[in-house]
Design a binder for this molecule. Structure first.
Ligand code: C2E
Ligand code: MG
Ligand code: MG
Length: 535
């Protein structure tokens, strides 16, 4: 043994002489760890077989310090040499740790410490090999983008770390979990058969979000949605399993967020339908198949027409007139709503320029449009180009959306231009009175769902609710519009509740460009609007 070797193992040369390498290494405690024993076994196997070895990495313990060595050696050539073996070794502890770190980085998501997509997939793949039913869920935060945008990326990062530790905190030992990227996490397991139990499991994971998150001194609620599927029921391989879980997640988001949804075949059919619809919509935009119809809005007190709501129709070459309910969501998802919406705004404003000056036009705007770049500027420009006073335009935003601060800013800017803002479908979504007062609203459109039941049971609590809603709107200084008024009775009741404006089939169905007989406007009695004011 060389002097350097003695130095490396921390023993005086005298203690080394005459002993085999194996004995020396055991003597300094190399066999104390599992790794160390493995290294020794490898070395022993080579010595025994008398075969040369190269770059054998082994763990040794020198004076209590764990080191990594790289060893190469070959047997001495028998009679010509006194030596059994010749070889070299070097201490590679530093580069060994570096390599381990790199390997770890390749598997671990550095932000959260969870497995990354690559290693999550690898772990799920190994579950699949056992042939048992594997469940896989994808979880996505509901409002992460707005947190990132509003509070900055470092706060976003903190949220992701907290989310990871919450998921990790409720994970059972045999569950696999990883961060797929962004605010998407995935969980998989293969030890539950019962579908109810599976759902409970995922519910437990979502429940970990019930506690508010402490961020920059505030308690903030962060919710998540989760979609899942199983193999072999829903998918044949991991790639498909990811896709079905993603479709289910999508469905969960669509169903109002903070929900759990399991995959079913109808979702796949819908996705295919969507892909087809997208192609169809693109073509429709080019072929100019969209048109607008206008539904009158009538003053409850006087019956005078005060405005029209522009409603989009798709004049489909084979399906005929298609309602927005059937294509707006696809247009929103694909971003096509931005050019479609721009066309709607221009056409509606242009139409309004030919109407009497006290008649407003209301245009529906989806959140995707509000969030598109330079939206306010494009509205301002359109008004200028078609020469319509901003006061004659009303923009309707639907209440079923969570309106965040960025959306609110856009509404404030529109309002500052003089455009009226209406909250559409009120009563169907998330608004609280508090959220109403923080938005620059002019008008509240009370959803049909409040109006329709008035006929069946006039004494019902609905009536009281309607009255209360209108009172609240008034106290916030908002006008109210009752949507979907179909009968005289409904009109009488909403009017009695104090509603300002009525819109519904009773006053007029959505129809093509209204034409006016200007002399009649303003002198009509209730109910006469649809036949007398315009036709
Ligand atoms: P909305 O803004 O709440 O529009 C009112 C919907 O109720 C219209 O359906 C209208 O035809 C219908 N309606 C009106 N009166 C009555 C009634 O008395 N009884 C019944 N049963 N229904 C009535 P439509 O035209 O199918 O529009 C559906 C939704 O599509 C709209 O709801 C709006 O949210 C959206 N939408 C329509 N046009 C556009 C558009 O240009 N852009 C965007 N982003 N969304 C649009
Ligand atoms: Mg509307
Ligand atoms: Mg509505």
């Amino acid at each position: 043994m060389s002097y350097r070797f003695a130095e490396q193992v921390g023993l005086p040369a005298a203690q080394i002489r005459g002993r085999t390498m194996h004995e020396i290494l055991i003597g300094i405690g190399a066999s104390r760890t599992v790794e160390g024993r493995k290294s020794l076994d490898l070395l022993a196997a080579n010595f025994q077989a008398g075969t040369a070895f190269r770059d054998l990495t082994m763990q040794v313990v020198v004076r209590g310090d764990t080191r990594w060595w790289s060893m190469s050696g070959h047997p001495g050539s028998g009679e010509s040499s006194d030596y059994g073996w010749r070889g070299v070794g070097s201490d590679i502890t530093h580069s060994y740790h570096q390599r381990q770190n790199i390997l770890r980085l390749a598997e671990v998501d550095s932000l959260t410490g969870l497995s990354n997509r690559y290693s999550f997939n690898a772990q799920v793949s190994s579950l699949l090999r056992d042939g048992r039913r594997v469940w896989l869920a994808i979880l996505d935060l509901d409002n992460f983008k707005s947190i990132n945008d509003r509070l900055g990326h470092h706060v976003g990062d903190e949220v992701l770390r907290d989310v990871a530790s919450r998921i990790h905190g409720v994970l059972r030992s045999n569950e696999i979990c990883g961060r797929l990227g962004g605010d998407e996490f995935a969980i998989a397991f293969d030890d539950i058969e019962d579908t109810d139990e599976v759902k409970d499991r995922f519910q437990t994971i979502l429940d970990a979000f019930e506690r508010p998150f402490a961020l920059v001194g505030n308690q903030i609620r962060i919710r998540a949605s989760l979609g899942y599927g199983s193999l072999p029921d829903d998918a044949e391989n991991l790639e498909e399993l990811m896709i079905v879980a993603d479709l289910a997640l999508y469905h969960a988001k669509e169903s109002g967020r903070h929900q759990i949804r399991a995959f079913d075949v109808a979702l796949r059919d819908r996705a295919t339908g969507r892909a087809r619809a997208l192609l169809d919509l693109r073509r429709a935009l080019i072929d100019e198949e969209f048109e607008l119809v206008y539904q009158p809005q009538v003053s409850a007190g006087t019956g005078v027409v005060v405005g029209f709501e522009a409603l989009l129709r798709w004049n489909h070459p084979t399906s005929g007139l298609v309602s927005p309910g059937d294509f707006i969501s696809v247009a929103e998802e694909t971003g096509l709503i931005v050019p479609i919406g721009a066309g709607v705004l221009r056409a509606a404003c242009t139409a309004a320029t030919s109407w009497p000056e006290d008649i407003r036009v209301a245009v529906n705007v989806s959140q995707v449009q509000l969030r598109s770049s330079r939206y306010v500027e494009s509205v301002r420009q359109t008004l200028e180009e078609v020469n319509l006073a901003p006061e004659r335009l009303e923009i309707e935003v639907t209440e079923s959306l969570v309106i965040d601060d960025a959306d609110r800013d856009v509404l404030v800017q529109l309002s500052a231009l003089g455009i009226a803002i209406a909250m559409d479908d009120f009563g169907t979504g998330f608004s609280s009175v508090a959220s109403l007062s923080r938005l620059p609203l002019d008008r509240l459109k009370i959803d049909r769902a409040f109006v329709a039941p008035l006929d069946a049971d006039p004494a019902s609590s609905r009536f009281a609710v309607l009255r209360a809603v209108i009172a609240i709107a008034k106290s916030l200084g908002l006008d109210t519009v009752a949507e979907g008024v179909e009968t005289e009775r409904q009109r009488a009741m909403v009017t009695e509740c104090g509603c300002d404006v009525i819109q519904g089939y009773l006053e007029g169905v959505p129809y093509g460009q209204p034409r006016f007989r200007p002399t009649c406007i303003g002198v009509l009695g209730p109910g006469q609007a649809k036949c007398s004011g315009y036709h």
